[in-house]
Design a protein around this ligand. Sequence first.
Ligand code: UDP
Length: 333
Amino acid sequence: MSSVLVTGGAGYIGSHAVKALQANGTRAVVYDNLSAGHRAAARYASALVEGDIRDTPCLREAMREHHVDAVMHFAAWASVGDSVRDPSGYYNNNVLGALSVLDAMVAERIPHFVFSSTAAVFGNPVRTPIDETHPTAPINAYGETKLAIERALRHYETAYGIRSMALRYFNAAGADPDGELGEDHAPERHLIPRAIDAALGRDTFAIFGDDYDTPDGTCLRDYIHVTDLASAHVLALDALRAGAASARYNLGNGRPTSVKDVVGSVERVLGRKVRAAVAPRRQGDPAVLFASSARITHELGWTPAFEDIDVIVGTASRWRDAHPQGYGDRTAA
Ligand code: UDP
């Protein structure tokens, strides 16, 4: 029986995708070096291969052993701020790593690739909502690395016949509604878990800039539930297997939500105050980013199931409340 190789399947978004694949009757083999992922997050995988994506022979062996006929590639570094400080690390992991996966696919004749891309390929938007015709002009190394692979995909298709779907995530948020999977980054930098921790008195919270040209002065983003991202991956894979042409899709809710809106939501959902202080702007943050996901809705039938910010925050808070140590597998702080 064939299976999908899910690189980074022990990470935040990858683990939710593996659960969705399993629910769809698809075997998912997780390939992860567990540097940021968690063994327990791969609980829905049919197998877990511990390996690095830059290790092409190890990838090929896993592909052969598990009769892989498609790859979902999540394994990457994904912090905008870190990418500004460490472009070398980002190009190594995100460009060389992805090319290693693609080269293993070429060698093993695997024809389908679903790629984790990002809204960061667009840079500072020239218009919103951002649809797929918006120009790409990244303003940080993270966005550059993802765009480099999107571009490479065209050439890998022409030369080697690999068809692909690149999914540009806006702000992935929330946790598995069943409470089994969630977000566990070290250190945690994302807005929603940090605001929840502040409400629970576990952390202090800073609003990065309140002097943007937005209605309340804080950045507007588009928070999309991780389970909705997962369902988009299943649809993308099914479409590729059914013969669909390669495509790039933007994935968001299309609802601009400010940092202060998120803080308000956390306070409503938890019934506790978030003690927030205003801090300077964070480098590389555009004022406004939100998506039009009309294309994937129209072409693949994708619709988000968890649009309301309070519902998204609710799933995140249930996970965080029940798992103060995340998956509990960290050896050192
Ligand atoms: N943000 C904030 N305080 C935090 C973390 C994030 O004000 O402790 C802001 C950040 O500047 C951005 C938004 O929240 O405007 C979302 O940031 P996050 O890091 O969650 O995702 P990103 O937009 O970088 O993908």
